[in-house]
Design a protein around this ligand. Structure first.
Ligand SMILES: Cc1cc2nc3c(=O)[nH]c(=O)nc-3n(C[C@H](O)[C@H](O)[C@H](O)COP(=O)(O)OP(=O)(O)OC[C@H]3O[C@@H](n4cnc5c(N)ncnc54)[C@H](O)[C@@H]3O)c2cc1C
Ligand SMILES: NC(=O)c1ccc[n+]([C@@H]2O[C@H](COP(=O)([O-])OP(=O)(O)OC[C@H]3O[C@@H](n4cnc5c(N)ncnc54)[C@H](O)[C@@H]3O)[C@@H](O)[C@H]2O)c1
Length: 492
């Protein structure tokens, strides 16, 4: 069986859904191929359930930090209610709502595992078709008139640790969909997933031990990891930094015993691996078009896949968006790429003008300059652009300004004993911001102001005229600019 469409998208996560939608809006016909649930990792095992597991504990602690409110808080988080709320956000792992959206958007959903079987050709394997990795030809063949888009996302990386694979470790999937809060949970890793899920499970009553090879959140400003580390310790988490498991064993009693590289032993009921991601490109037929199976897919800024010679494949037909291209492993950034790619495919197909210059409609320029991220720890870390260290590494002439958030009137009103730090990194040659980090309670929503300033390349002289309201935490902007200006001609 075969069928022809203008565009075939492999993977119906948030990013695949968006690229398909944009291509349809550009007047093209689109088949969207999905092997599991429409909505992808983000909806069912990542962003949504993890935030649902975190939010109730955060709300309770926010009240506990505030005199007058803390007296109203009795008891602890209701675990069963939190799990019910998580279940409602994942629609109990039922994708019919998203399937309905796909149909309403005019996209043709094809269930099954998509494999690139040649130029502009995808073979979809289903259990019924009898196709296998060795005999993929038994599947349904889809042909694309214009483009094939890889939006297959990423999966948890399982590090090569003696005994780990045999110990039935949890990945983000088991952790975010669990019905049981393990009394003792060991988490391997010190990045965003480890920090968020340590916060969530400690709030839900687990005794959590974190084994992190380096510090916490090491890709972010150093004060972020320090603040989150202190908060995790206050939640009772046993933080073992500069530590990795040397071996892991699950005994007949079900208990996981971890021997660390320092020779210590940690016992736990479950072990969660949060040590990074691998692309879901190993069984995707990449070798059929000269690409390396299992690798992240490099792209240009219109998201066209680049071959080994650094140029798009002949005929410019293969795109990669979202986690699969490793530009930024974040839903919002993948969806931004999807808008650029979907519109670029339509422009190329319709022969209309391609705006692929930096910051043009069809170029994902922000991936290089202004990627925002909120780490939903308690307190959260909200950052965009470059850290001070990354800016220095790029050879920029920078000035770094820090200010304690607790010294802002709005912050001290917001929570008693408010503790947090903000940093802005200024490119001194251009007089604009290249990076901003806020670390403190309820800073999540502040980050978009910084994103606008960076993307708009707003000169600091002009930013000075963006007056934050009193008494809000946004007054951090005034304090950062005052601190910068007092010893700098630009704002003197
Ligand atoms: C625990 C956790 C928490 C996170 N929290 C956040 C957050 O708060 N905010 C944020 O921005 N990001 C967060 N992320 C990252 C976010 O989940 C990813 O960046 C996002 O899911 C990427 O979207 P995607 O569409 O590229 O891939 P995915 O969401 O992984 O979707 C890919 C889809 O492709 C399908 N697929 C794969 N291969 C094939 C094939 N061959 N044929 C057919 N279908 C296929 C898969 O079944 C899946 O449905 C989190 C990640 C984790 C693990
Ligand atoms: N709120 C959000 O935006 C959010 C939430 C979760 C995940 N994500 C995305 O998911 C991606 C993956 O997150 P992640 O936390 O898995 O990866 P990561 O790359 O951020 O962190 C991996 C961590 O594991 C540690 N590590 C690696 N091997 C180890 C070992 N053998 N022993 C001990 N520690 C080890 C590393 O030192 C590092 O701290 C992130 O890049 C992020 O973009 C985003």
């Amino acid at each position: 069986m075969s069928a022809e469409y203008d565009v075939i998208v492999i993977g119906a996560g948030p990013v695949g859904e968006n690229v398909a939608d944009r291509a349809v809006q550009g007047g093209l016909t689109v088949a969207l191929v999905e092997s599991e649930l429409v909505g992808g990792e983000c909806s069912y095992w990542a962003c949504m359930p993890s935030k649902a597991l975190l939010r109730s504990g955060e709300a309770v602690r926010a009240a506990e930090r505030l005199d007058g409110a803390k007296q109203a808080v009795s008891g602890s988080v209701d675990v069963a209610a939190v799990l019910r709320r998580r279940d409602s956000f994942t629609s109990r792992w039922d994708d019919s709502g998203q399937v309905e959206w796909v149909a309403g958007a005019g996209i043709e959903l094809v269930r099954g595992h998509g494999v690139i079987s040649g130029e502009r050709e995808v073979t979809v394997r289903t259990a019924e078709s009898g196709a296998t990795a060795d005999a993929p030809e038994a599947g349904t063949v889809l042909r694309a008139r214009h483009a094939v888009v890889v939006a297959t996302g990423s999966a948890a990386l399982l590090p090569d640790i003696d005994g780990l694979a045999e110990a039935s470790p949890w990945t983000n999937r088991e952790a975010t969909s669990t019905e049981v809060i393990p009394p003792r949970l060991a988490i391997v890793g010190g990045g965003v997933i480890a920090s968020e899920l340590a916060t969530a499970f400690a709030s839900l009553g687990s005794q959590v031990t974190v084994l992190a090879r380096s510090g916490l959140l090491s890709g972010q400003e150093p004060f972020a990891g320090e603040l989150v580390g202190d908060a995790l310790r206050e939640l009772g988490v046993d933080l073992r930094l500069d530590t990795s498991p040397a071996s892991v064993e699950r005994g007949d009693d079900g208990v996981v015993r971890i021997t660390t590289d320092g020779g210590d032993t940690v016992e736990a009921d479950e072990i969660l691996v949060a040590t990074g991601r691998v692309p879901r490109t190993s069984d995707l037929g990449l070798d059929s078009v000269g690409l390396e199976p299992g690798a992240w897919l490099d792209t240009d800024d219109t998201l066209l896949v680049l071959g080994a010679d650094g140029s798009p494949l002949p005929g410019e037909w293969l795109y990669a968006v979202g986690d699969a291209n490793h530009r930024a492993l974040l839903t919002h950034q993948g969806k931004y790429q999807a808008r650029a790619a979907g519109d670029a495919i339509a422009a190329r197909a319709n022969g209309t003008r391609l705006r692929d210059e930096p910051w043009g409609r069809h170029a994902a320029t922000a991936d290089h300059a202004a990627v925002p991220q909120v780490t939903f720890t308690d307190p959260p870390i909200a950052s965009v652009g470059l850290t001070a260290a990354a800016a220095e590494k790029q050879g920029l002439s920078t000035r770094v300004v820090d200010f304690e958030l607790g010294d802002i009137a709005g912050a001290s009103l917001h929570a008693d004993g408010y503790r947090g730090t903000a940093r802005m990194v200024v490119d001194e040659d251009r007089g604009v911001l290249v990076g901003v980090t806020f670390a403190g309670p309820d800073v999540h929503e502040l980050v978009h102001s910084a994103t606008v300033a960076i993307v708009g390349e707003v000169p600091l002289e002009r930013l000075w005229h963006a007056v934050p309201s009193y008494p809000t935490i946004s007054e951090i902007w005034l304090r950062l600019l005052e601190s910068y200006g007092r010893s700098n001609d630009r704002l003197a």
